[in-house]
Design a protein around this ligand. Structure first.
Ligand SMILES: [Zn+2]
Length: 336
């Protein structure tokens, strides 16, 4: 038996090279297949039920246990992930934000991804954002552009300073309403004016999610509107959770012993209180690391990004730094 659990976090999984968005930051489908080969060879893929039972002392996980988690409810997961998992007899856990499915809206975070992948030069985008900030400066009492750039362009292990700035200022750095307005304008200009049509091709609908559930996959909550839940009042947090649980109920997914995946990894004490009251059994963060079921709170388990796990069985276990448990923690990603 073991208390160590590798939880792998996935977002986009699709053929990317040669697609309309060749620079989209996602996992190339062939690498996904190679990674499953690696995991199949060296790990045992477990189900959420097994992990919940182990956390309660009602069962043991095998050594080198791994759980596969897929955030944001992308159609990628239906088109490309589901067939692979079914063919290999593996369970995955999927976390669709309710509003993306129910309202035909594209999440701001996804609009930002596709604006960045549209082929427009990031420098040009930075200038466009500066120009929009100039328009709104007085009304929103904004700081000078150079201050924002200094604040949000700090080095990241994934992106250039311009891209880091674009993501951070649009994801978190401005008041919510203004942020959404600017993201909308950039999305319409550089990606499409047909948001509803784009949403329908980007996210799974209820029919696909029901198919996943029927195939033995786990469907959990990713909130309603993909907000930073740690920035909301307890009343707003409760609305987010209740709407997402109603949505899971509509899909026929049990809402007892369910799994929460925090958008952007954001949670706090008042949210945890609501989750306990609602009988949430497991919470997934974006903290980087292997989960240790004997030490971690069941509602705040760390994960590893797919990019931190080898893409081929040929890599061998010694190519995977996390196969040995005591290594330094890299900076967490600020993605979706
Ligand atoms: Zn997400």
């Amino acid at each position: 038996m073991t208390d160590s659990l590798l939880i792998v976090m996935y977002h986009y999984v699709r053929p990317i090279a040669g697609s309309r968005y060749p620079t989209l930051k996602g996992l190339e489908l062939d690498n996904f297949r190679g990674q499953l080969d690696f995991l199949e060879q060296h790990y045992r893929i477990v189900r959420t039920q097994d992990v919940i039972a182990a956390m309660r002392g009602e069962g043991d996980l095998p050594s080198r246990a791994a759980l596969l988690t897929f955030d944001d409810g992308y159609m990628d997961h239906y088109d490309h992930v589901l067939p692979e998992l079914v063919a290999r007899g593996m369970q995955g856990s999927f976390f669709p934000p309710a509003c993306a499915v129910l309202d035909g809206r594209v999440l701001d975070v996804n609009k930002i991804h596709f604006v960045l992948a549209s082929g427009v030069d990031p420098r040009q985008l930075v200038c466009e954002i500066f120009a929009l900030l100039d328009v709104h400066r007085v009304r929103h009492d904004l700081k000078p552009n150079a201050d924002y750039y200094r604040l949000y362009s700090n080095e990241s292990r994934y992106d250039t300073p311009d891209v880091t700035f674009i993501k951070r200022i649009l994801q978190k750095g401005l008041p919510q309403a203004l942020r959404s307005e600017i993201v909308d304008q950039l999305f319409q200009r550089f990606v499409t004016a047909d948001e509803k049509g784009f949403a329908e091709s980007l996210y799974m609908g209820k029919a696909q999610l029901r198919e996943l559930h029927d195939a033995g996959m786990c469907i959990g909550s990713h909130g309603d509107q993909h907000r930073w839940l740690n920035t909301l009042s307890p009343v707003e947090q409760r609305q987010e959770i209740e709407r997402s649980l109603d949505f899971l109920g509509e899909l026929g997914v049990p809402t007892q012993d369910w799994v929460m995946c925090y958008p952007y990894g954001g949670y706090n004490a008042s949210l945890l209180e609501i989750l306990r009251e609602k009988q949430c059994a497991m919470g997934l963060t974006v903290e980087v690391g292997l989960a240790d079921l004997s030490r971690n709170d069941p509602l705040s388990l760390p994960r590893l990004d797919t990019n931190d796990v080898p893409f081929s069985a040929a890599a061998g276990l010694d190519a995977f730094q996390w196969a040995a448990t005591s290594v330094a923690m890299p900076e967490p990603e600020e993605g979706a």
